[in-house]
Design a protein around this ligand. Structure first.
Ligand code: ATP
Ligand code: MG
Length: 369
């Protein structure tokens, strides 16, 4: 069983704390993504699992064993580094075989493993080439292959796609997902790219300032971000935020008033929570995709939930319009149906899908709903 656990792990470099009280239970065969902005402590977490850094406090388990102090080579892990380097003078085959040779695997076994792994990664016709004869994406796959050929229990991947152009990144992303389905091993995958996190992870841990902000399935984080940080980090384009929101309580309902923008009806499920937060300093949140041009919506309720805005810029992506707006002095983005004919300079009334709204305590950052 290759379960990996962080148990109240702290890491300090001199006096600077870069990982703060992380507890995380990664299941056997799970694909866990650690995501967060640059410098938030992702690589440090991964390096502690690998044994390249020791926790200052707390324990790390692989399987049932505490691995604090255990040498990296005795941990049954394989790691793909942020800045991988292939051996330039060796062929693809030898690059992939290198770790196995070091461990004195039989020759026939090495050949079989390298060829099988190469086939999984679509490298079977490149085994005789040197790294300089490969494209960036092919090199990246060799680096992956070199790690997975070992059949370790746990795979650690630190931004393995960061050197690839956008198209190759999407392709290799799919390759890694397929690979994980085939090899059925625990993967901890580090990225600062929320799209990679959303598309690849069974679960995502969002890290900021060395602290786990939220842990959950991708859809859960998207639908129910726990705080302003996660709400702004997950989803592209980012969630729109409007500060100084007021809650007005009625007998069986509640309404959010956005000064100078409009009013939004609180969904029934959250009326009690909204009422309880009425006196607080509040921030309203809605994703660009949950706004629509009221003119093309045949729905009722537009009067109850809408925002008035001025159109600054319209980007037509063919299947949707990315519309940059100003509303009550705030910048917003709306992803609108292309049937909307808005153009820059227009005033537009935006229908707000009030089942998809968010409200945050501005001071603590915590989500109210
Ligand atoms: N050996 C070290 N000594 C001192 N500080 C370090 C050391 N390694 C990392 N740090 C600091 O710890 C913090 C976290 O670094 P880490 O490499 O884990 O970030 P990261 O989330 O992987 O960032 P990136 O996305 O840029 O790779 C950073 O502020 C970094 O400067
Ligand atoms: Mg890093």
């Amino acid at each position: 069983m290759a379960r990996v656990q962080f148990d109240h792990v702290y890491k300090r470099f001199n006096k600077t704390e870069v990982v703060h009280d992380i507890s995380l239970d990664i299941q056997d065969k799970e694909f866990l993504v650690l995501v967060g902005p640059s410098g938030c402590g992702k690589s440090t977490c991964l390096r502690m699992v690998a044994g390249l850094e020791e926790p200052t406090e707390g324990d790390i388990y692989i399987g049932d064993r505490i691995v604090n102090g255990v040498d990296p080579k005795d941990r049954d892990i394989a790691m793909v580094f942020q800045n991988y380097a292939l051996y330039p003078h060796m062929t693809v085959f030898d690059n992939m075989a290198f770790g196995l040779k070091l461990r004195h695997f039989p020759k026939a076994d090495i050949k079989k493993r390298v060829e099988d792994t190469a086939a999984t990664l679509g490298l079977e016709n490149l085994l005789k080439r040197k790294p300089k004869e490969l494209s960036g994406g092919q090199r990246q796959r060799v680096a992956l292959g070199r790690a997975i050929v070992r059949e370790a229990q746990v795979f650690l991947m630190d931004e393995p796609l960061s050197n690839l152009d956008a198209k190759l990144r999407v392709e290799t992303r799919a390759n890694i997902i397929k690979l994980h389905q085939n090899i059925q091993k625990t993967v901890i995958y580090v990225t600062h790219d929320q799209v990679e996190a959303m598309t690849m992870g069974d679960r995502i841990a969002v890290l900021n300032g060395g602290i786990i902000q939220q842990l959950g399935a991708p859809q859960e984080l998207y639908d129910h971000p726990a705080n302003l940080f996660v709400a702004g980090f997950i989803g592209s384009p980012s969630m729109n935020f409007v500060p100084n929101a007021k809650v007005v309580s009625e007998s069986n309902s509640a309404t959010i008033i956005l000064e100078g923008l409009g009013r939004i009806r609180v969904p029934q499920l959250y009326v009690e929570r909204a009422k309880a937060a009425a006196g607080k300093n509040l921030t309203f949140g809605v994703r660009p995709t949950h706004l629509e041009d009221a003119n093309i919506i045949g729905k009722d309720g537009i009067e109850q939930s809408s925002i008035d805005a001025a159109v600054d810029v319209v980007e037509n992506l063919g299947n949707e319009l990315q519309v940059y707006l100003t509303a009550g002095g705030h910048n917003m983005i709306a992803t609108l149906d292309p049937r909307s004919r808005v153009s820059s300079g227009d005033k537009v009334r935006l229908y707000v899908d009030s089942d998809q709204i968010h409200l945050f305590d501005t001071d603590s950052g915590e989500a109210i709903f």
